[in-house]
Ligand binder design. Structure first.
Ligand code: ADP
Length: 368
């Protein structure tokens, strides 16, 4: 019976080390090369046989700079592992060196980490770009806000003047005013009033998130809701509206903003009715994975689902002003406020019994 020659474990290990892509170098305690695998031979660019027996300091790899020698010396002396990386100009690669003190010397593993380094650099670059464009966007937004604010603010006065002078003209002409001139003056006054409400709404939109500064407080949503109801008392009495609510939580939001949200949603719920029966509005709250979701349901005319996102746009309306008065700013303000707190507002799917349900979600900061 013939036996195949059995390789020693040592030479088997050396063969295996020759197959791996990382460079492996063994040094004795006098810092002389005692072993290099194939990858190390390529990295150092000198035949193994020439290097073995040579002092490490006389022929160190390009990827270990003299500045890192003290790290290696300390590692061997204190018998602690060390790790560092260095750009190898010769090969254009980033090499990471792991040094492990071993019996009678030291083992060095040298690994090409260029790909990881590149990926990391790219990730950092993308992150920086993202940060920069975010800042640009924030600045542009602030500029636009300031522009809308000053433009609408400054437009108020000339508009008021047009209204006052048209009225003065009407009074001065008195009986001399013929029908046609009266119609023209009336047109000027109607247009001016309409423009005044538009300008007022743009102003309200541009300062919607300005009114409250400082840290975000935790407020009782029930209190904000009660204030909104108080502010709308006359309209509610006039329309015989009933607004009910259950389980209002503590929300992380400035109360002036929550009041405004409730007020805009309630006023739409009361306005968009067929007037067959008095408006009924019910407000509920639910906690969902780090969010508080507040829903406002009404028994009004409802909204076709295809308009679900359009209605939140500035000046977007689904009805003529003759049918229902308004400028299309209320929901845009709601969206602006909610997004200011990192939240979201949406129209729920049409409820089976008719009407509409609007929901908004505010992060539940107490669990952050
Ligand atoms: P406005 O009420 O001044 O038109 P909004 O921004 O508040 O402005 O609303 C935008 C549009 O969304 C309204 O014109 C209306 O068509 C629709 N809408 C808002 N709320 C309701 C509601 N509760 N029921 C039916 N339609 C609504």
């Amino acid at each position: 019976m013939e036996f195949a020659p059995v390789k020693s474990v040592h030479s088997q290990t050396m063969d295996t080390l020759d197959l791996i892509a990382d460079s492996v170098v063994l040094l004795d305690s006098d810092w002389r090369y005692t072993y290099l695998n194939n990858a190390a031979e390529i990295l150092l660019g000198t035949p193994k046989l020439e290097l073995i027996g040579q002092l490490f300091w006389d022929a160190p790899p390009e990827s270990i700079s003299p500045a890192q020698f003290p790290l290696l010396e300390r590692s061997m002396h204190d018998r602690v592992a060390t790790k560092f990386e260095q750009f190898d100009a010769a090969s254009g690669r980033w090499i990471e060196t792991h040094a492990f003190p071993a019996t009678g010397g030291m083992i060095l593993f040298l690994r090409d980490v260029s790909a990881q380094k590149l990926a990391l650099d790219e990730a950092r670059w993308v992150q920086n770009e993202l940060k920069r464009s975010n800042e640009d966007l924030r600045r542009a937004n602030r500029d636009l806000e300031t522009f809308a604010y000053s433009a609408s603010h400054d437009l108020q006065e000339p508009l008021r003047n047009i209204a006052i002078f048209s009225q003065l003209l009407e009074q001065k002409l008195g009986l001399k005013l013929d029908t046609e001139t009266a119609r023209f003056l009336d047109g000027i006054l109607t247009g001016t009033r309409r423009m005044e409400t538009l300008v007022r709404d743009v102003l309200a939109y541009s300062r919607a998130t300005r009114q409250a500064e400082g840290p975000i407080p935790l407020v009782n949503a029930g209190d904000a809701l009660a204030t909104a109801l108080q502010n709308m008392k006359a309209r509610m009495e006039q329309s015989k509206a009933a607004i009910t609510f259950t389980g209002m939580p503590q929300l992380s939001i400035h109360s002036i903003h929550l009041e405004q949200l409730f007020q805009n949603l309630f006023s739409n719920a009361i306005k968009y009715q067929e007037n067959k029966e008095p408006p009924r509005v019910h407000v509920t709250a639910s906690q969902q994975e780090g969010w508080w979701v507040i829903s406002v349901a009404d028994n009004g005319i409802g909204i076709e689902p295809r308009y679900a996102s359009q209605i939140f746009g500035l000046f977007k309306r689904l009805h003529s002003r003759e049918q229902y008065p308004g400028n299309g700013v209320g929901l845009a303000i709601c969206q602006r406020i909610v997004e200011h707190y990192g939240g979201r507002i949406w129209l729920e799917q049409s409820p089976p019994g008719g009407g509409s349900v609007f929901s908004f979600a505010i992060p539940d900061r107490r669990i952050e």
